[in-house]
Design a protein around this ligand. Structure first.
Ligand code: SF4
Length: 308
C-alpha cells in the first residue's frame, strides 16, 4: 500500500487522536488499511439510490461496508462491524477497492455506495481515482454518521457525487451521553455544509429516477426525543430546504448489546404518534424532497448479514 502522511498523525475525524496508524490504533480502532466486511447489491436505501420500488429493474446500490467507525453510538444498529476490526473482513488497498467497485458496476449497480469510509479517507480517495481510470462511470456515494472533519471531506472533492450523512442528535448533552461526542451537532453542521458545497442541489435522472448528484440527510428518530428531531428538521429545512432530500426514519431498534446502564429512552421504540408528528412537522416546513416511512418498519430486517 502507498504511504499516506495523513495516517502518521491521524486527525482524519473530530476525535483527532494524533497517533501514527501504521503503529497503533486510535478511537476508531482501525489501522491504515481499509477493512471491507461485505460488499453487495443492496436494496435497503432510499429509492433514488437503490432503485424505484415497483419496477422490474431491481439491481440495487453497489454497497461496500467498511469496518470501524469514529463514532461509538451505544445504540449502533451496525455494531457487528462498527466497533473495530471483526477479523472476518477483507483488507483492501486502493487498487483492490477499485476492483470491488468495478465488479459491482459490472453486476449492474446503479451507484457505488461507500458505508462509513471516512476513517480511511486518503485510501478511499485513491481508490475512486483508480476505479475511474479503470472505467467506473456510475455515481459514487458516501454514507456517513455525519461526524466528520471538513479537511477529510475535501480529500474527496470532485470524486464523490452523492453524500448520505446522518444527522443523529442536536442536543450536546444527549450526543455526549449516547455518541460520546458532545460536539456532534457542531461537527455535523460544518460537515453537511461542506458536503453540500461539493455536490450542489439534488439532481435526479428523469428517465430512471436515480440520483446523479446531491445529498440525502438521514435522521433516525430516537424514542422520546421528538423535540430534538424538530431542531434537526429546523436546521435542515432552514439551511438547505428542497435542495436536499431529508429521510426521516422510524426503525430505531434497541439492540441486544445495549448495556443495563444505557439511558432508559434507548430501551424502547419510537412511539408511532411521535413519528407522525415529526413527519407532519417536516411537511409543514415545506419539505417536499422527503422520505418518510410507515411507522411499522421497526425491527432489524433492514440490517445486512455482516460477517462477525
Ligand atoms: S480516524 Fe480514527 S485514529 Fe484518526 S482521528 Fe479519527 S478515531 Fe482517531
Amino acid at each position: 500500500m502507498a504511504h499516506y502522511k495523513a495516517y502518521t498523525n491521524c486527525t482524519l475525524c473530530p476525535r483527532k487522536c494524533g497517533i501514527n496508524r501504521y503503529e497503533k490504533t486510535g478511537f476508531c480502532l482501525m489501522g491504515a488499511l481499509p477493512e471491507v466486511n461485505l460488499y453487495m447489491l443492496h436494496h435497503g436505501e432510499e429509492p433514488p439510490i437503490s432503485g424505484l420500488l415497483g419496477t422490474e429493474d431491481k439491481r440495487g446500490s453497489g454497497t461496500v461496508f467498511f469496518e470501524g467507525c469514529s463514532l461509538k453510538c451505544i445504540f449502533c444498529q451496525n455494531s457487528k462491524i462498527s466497533q473495530g476490526p471483526t477479523g472476518k473482513g477483507e483488507r483492501a488497498d486502493a487498487e483492490r477497492l477499485a476492483d470491488i467497485y468495478l465488479e459491482l458496476q459490472d453486476k449492474g449497480a446503479y451507484n457505488i455506495n461507500l458505508v462509513t469510509p471516512m476513517h480511511f479517507a486518503p485510501v478511499v480517495a485513491d481508490s475512486i481515482k483508480a476505479a475511474k481510470r479503470g472505467g467506473l462511470t456510475i455515481p459514487v456515494a458516501v454514507n456517513t454518521g455525519g461526524y466528520e472533519e471538513v479537511s477529510s471531506l475535501k480529500l474527496l472533492e470532485g470524486l464523490v457525487d452523492i453524500y448520505m450523512p446522518d444527522f443523529k442528535v442536536w442536543d450536546s448533552k444527549i450526543s455526549g451521553q449516547i455518541l460520546h461526542a458532545p460536539d456532534y451537532a457542531d461537527k455535523a453542521v460544518s460537515a453537511l455544509r461542506e458536503m453540500f458545497r461539493q455536490t450542489g442541489p439534488v439532481d435526479i435522472d428523469p428517465d430512471t429516477g436515480l440520483m446523479r448528484k446531491g445529498m440525502i440527510v438521514r435522521h433516525l428518530m430516537l424514542p422520546g426525543k421528538l423535540f430534538d428531531t424538530k431542531k434537526i428538521i429546523d436546521f435542515l429545512t432552514g439551511e438547505f430546504g428542497n435542495d436536499i432530500f431529508i429521510s426521516l426514519m422510524s426503525q430505531y431498534t434497541p439492540m441486544p448489546h445495549l448495556t443495563s446502564d444505557a439511558p432508559d429512552f434507548l430501551k424502547r421504540t419510537v412511539p408511532p404518534g411521535h413519528y407522525d408528528s415529526a413527519s407532519d412537522y417536516l411537511i409543514d416546513k415545506g419539505q417536499t424532497n422527503a422520505f418518510v416511512q410507515d411507522s411499522s418498519s421497526q425491527g432489524d430486517l433492514l440490517i445486512p448479514a455482516f460477517k462477525d
